[in-house]
Every structure is written in structure tokens, then in C-alpha cells.
Ligand binder design. Structure first.
Ligand SMILES: NC(=O)c1ccc[n+]([C@@H]2O[C@H](COP(=O)([O-])OP(=O)(O)OC[C@H]3O[C@@H](n4cnc5c(N)ncnc54)[C@H](O)[C@@H]3O)[C@@H](O)[C@H]2O)c1
Length: 396
């Protein structure tokens, strides 16, 4: 570790790795140190733009002495392998959501980090959004009375963005239950700040050409009271950013384009779809500038006895007996959301503050998502407090 910055290596230079590279540049406690990706085009882009070492595999990145921590942004099924390898090499780890595809994999990752004495942070999810943290603090203060319920709605084009084959195969971790629902579960768990008691859910596969779950409705009940209603559809018809002033998930401006992702995809061959995943979504394809507004994950309304609290463009809107109050989220020096992930790492490694989104937190989100899949499949309520949930079998 040099002076007061942590050297960060990026494992995976796809969509997630590319956005995190931009976020890392905004954080005063982080210094990009290198990357690994088997894709030569992405390596070339990274080397050209950053002037830093970039390797085809993780081993040589882990051998770099100036890498203190890695950000694992590889496909879900590689999260365990890469996290364990990094921990064994003595590197701190941020691992993307979902933490892993099974609870056993989460356990192995937690054990590896503990054995090596390294920090493990699970993120990014929208549970790191500053507006979500503000709502959590407002609810936790008790100033608005007890928590009643949390409503989360998101309608996107998720299923029609270019996808790797396994992303369309539920048995291999495809679909929204592993990829998108973890955001909603993390937001709900962050706001409620209490353990999940049970879930009841339905999920649907609505397009035989994209044969994995693309829609889900779930009710999460928390221990000690309060519930969250999660609604998600990734079928590129309604876009809930319309309800958010046409501000996109990341906090940037958005032009309405209903159905455009479907139409674009329909014109691509499978080979072109794969090429587009890298060319149009990987490192270097997105704006490197921080967003002008706060990130969000659709509409979030939290009902307490004394107010409804809604995530807005730049903070939180509180609807109270007195009327409407705007509560702004103070701008940080770093990229909102992803910068908060980096701050959690810096806090833990440099300042010794335990990470909130540690392995145990990430494991519980995986367990909740698996319970959602099980509930949808078996059409019954699944209790998390009393049983381990099974592996994911797609809804048919
Ligand atoms: N938090 C978020 O908002 C967010 C957004 C996007 C993706 N993600 C998560 O990030 C992960 C990656 O998703 P993505 O959309 O960036 O996928 P992607 O396909 O765009 O990128 C994955 C990259 O990993 C690389 N890779 C594959 N095997 C590798 C290996 N052995 N070593 C190093 N790199 C390897 C691939 O070549 C590819 O460039 C997923 O788990 C996803 O859930 C999170």
C-alpha cells in the first residue's frame, strides 16, 4: 500500500469493470494499478487509455506488488474462483453481485478471506446509493415513526441487451433473479436494516427466445415487522425511468426509447450480439464522467407511520403531514454509488472500520434471491430464518 491510496486491480473489463474504472479515478483513496481480461480488444483499450499493466489472466495481476485489492467483475460463475485466488494472494477483494451462485460458494469465499486476513466487500449494488443510505438513516432515526413497507418498482430493457449465452440460462445463473433482483434485495435489506424472515414470489419467462426469468414479483417480510414489495420486468416495454424524470439508473440523462433494445437485438446475428457485448458495453464504451444526478434502481417508496419517503433525482422526497420536503444528498468527491463501494473498502482496509456489505451480508442477499426462486417455483412462502434454501432451478 503506498501513502494513503490503495492500488486497485480490475478483474474483468466488461460493462461493470469499465464503469468501475471511471469511478476509481474519482476516488482520492484509490489508484488504478492494472487489470486482467482474456479479451484482447478490451486489454488494448485499457492499456491505451490507462498506460497500466493488463494481463490475459488473473495470476499476473495478483503477482503485482502495487495491487492491494482487486475488483472482481467477471461473470457470476467465476466470482468464487477469482475471490478465493485473490484472497490467497493476500489481496483485499470487492466482488460484484451476485456474490456467487450458491450459498456454499459464498461460504468458501468468506472462509478464504478470513483465512488470509483480507477485507471482502460485496458490491456494487444499488444498496450503496447515497439516497438509499439517507432513507435508511431517516427510517433508523425513528423520526418518521415505525417502518410499514417498502415498494420497489423497476421496468427496464435488461433482457434485450446483448447477452452471453449463460446469461440466458437460469441453470447457469442467467436471468434477472441473479442479476437484477440482488439490487432490489440489497436496497430493501439496507432500508429495513433487519433480517429477512420469509419471501413469497412469482417469476415469469415471457419470451421463449430469451428463455430465462425476465419478470418477478416478490414480497419480503422482515423479522420484527415491515415488508418489501419488489416488482421487476426486463422486457423493454414500459420503462420506469419515465417516472424518474428520464434519469437513467446511473444518474445520467436518458432519451426515451421504448422497444429500441428489442429492435436492435432482432437485427443482430448471435455472433454480432456477442461482439456488441464487448464493443458497445465493455471498458471504454461508456462516458467516463460522473453522472449529474443520483443513481437509482427504479422507483423506491418507503412508508413509515409519519411519512412516505421517495428516492428522487438528487435525494429523497418526504411526503409528511406538513407537506412535501426535499432532502438533498450531499455530493461527494467520488462517483455516487460505486465510489461508496470504494469508500467502504478504504474505510475497512485503511481505517479498520468493518465493512457493512461484507461476505455475510452478500451471502444473505444470495440466500434471499435463491429463496425468491424457490418460492416462485414451488408457489409457497419460503422461510429464511429456519431453513437453508436449495439451488436455483428455473421456473417453468
Ligand atoms: N453492480 C452493477 O451495477 C453491475 C453492472 C454490470 C455487471 N455487474 C456484475 O458484474 C459481473 C460482470 O458483468 P458484466 O456485465 O460486466 O459482464 P461482461 O461480459 O460485460 O464482462 C465480464 C468480463 O469478464 C471477462 N472475463 C471472463 N473470464 C475472465 C477471467 N478468467 N479473468 C479475467 N476476466 C475474465 C470477460 O472477457 C468480460 O470482459 C456480473 O457478475 C454482473 O452481475 C454489476
Amino acid at each position: 500500500m503506498s501513502a494513503r491510496t490503495l492500488g486497485l486491480g480490475l478483474v474483468g473489463l466488461g460493462l461493470a469493470g469499465g464503469v468501475m474504472a471511471s469511478a476509481a479515478r474519482t476516488h482520492p483513496g484509490i489508484r488504478l494499478a492494472g487489470a486482467a481480461d482474456p479479451d484482447p480488444t478490451l486489454r488494448e483499450r485499457f492499456a491505451g487509455a490507462e498506460g497500466l499493466p493488463v494481463h490475459p489472466g488473473i495470476e499476473r495481476l495478483l503477482a503485482q506488488p502495487d495491487v492491494d485489492a482487486v475488483y472482481v467483475a467477471t461473470p457470476h460463475q467465476l466470482h468464487r474462483e477469482h475471490t478465493v485466488a485473490a484472497a490467497r494472494a493476500g489481496k483485499h477483494v470487492i466482488v460484484e453481485k451476485p456474490m456467487a451462485l450458491t450459498v456454499a460458494d459464498c461460504d468458501a469465499m468468506i472462509k478464504a478471506a478470513e483465512a488470509a486476513g483480507v477485507v471482502l466487500v460485496v458490491g456494487h449494488t444499488h444498496g450503496f446509493d447515497p439516497a438509499v443510505a439517507l432513507i435508511r438513516d431517516l427510517v433508523g432515526s425513528g423520526g418518521y415513526g415505525p417502518l410499514g413497507m417498502i415498494a420497489l418498482w423497476n421496468y427496464t430493457d435488461f433482457l434485450y441487451r446483448p447477452r452471453r449465452p449463460e446469461e440466458l440460462d437460469s441453470a447457469r445463473g442467467g436471468g434477472i433473479l441473479y442479476n437484477q433482483i440482488p439490487h432490489q434485495v440489497d436496497i430493501a435489506r439496507t432500508v429495513a436494516d433487519r433480517p429477512v424472515r420469509s419471501v413469497r414470489a412469482t417469476a415469469a419467462i415471457l419470451d421463449p427466445d430469451r428463455p430465462t426469468e425476465g419478470a418477478c414479483a416478490a414480497l419480503i417480510e422482515f423479522e420484527g415487522g415491515g415488508a418489501a414489495n419488489l416488482v421487476y420486468s426486463g422486457y423493454d416495454h414500459f420503462d420506469s425511468d419515465e417516472l424518474h424524470g428520464w434519469i437513467a439508473e446511473g444518474g445520467g440523462p436518458k432519451t426515451p426509447a421504448h422497444g429500441a433494445a428489442r429492435r436492435r437485438l432482432a437485427a443482430l446475428t448471435p455472433e454480432q450480439e456477442q461482439r456488441s457485448r464487448t464493443a458497445d458495453f465493455g471498458y471504454g464504451a461508456r462516458s467516463p464522467l460522473p453522472p449529474p444526478h443520483q443513481p437509482h434502481f427504479g422507483e423506491l417508496v418507503v412508508t413509515c407511520a409519519g411519512a412516505d419517503l421517495r428516492c428522487s433525482a438528487d435525494g429523497v422526497t418526504a411526503y409528511t403531514d406538513r407537506g412535501v420536503e426535499q432532502l438533498a444528498v450531499p455530493r461527494t468527491r467520488w462517483w455516487p454509488g460505486r465510489g461508496n463501494v470504494l469508500q467502504e473498502l478504504v474505510d475497512a482496509v485503511v481505517h479498520g472500520r468493518p465493512a457493512q456489505h461484507d461476505g455475510a451480508f452478500g451471502r444473505e442477499t444470495v440466500r434471499t434471491c435463491l429463496a425468491i426462486a424457490e418460492s416462485a417455483r414451488e408457489r409457497r412462502e419460503v422461510f429464511l430464518s429456519t431453513q437453508e434454501v436449495s439451488i436455483h432451478v428455473p421456473v417453468r
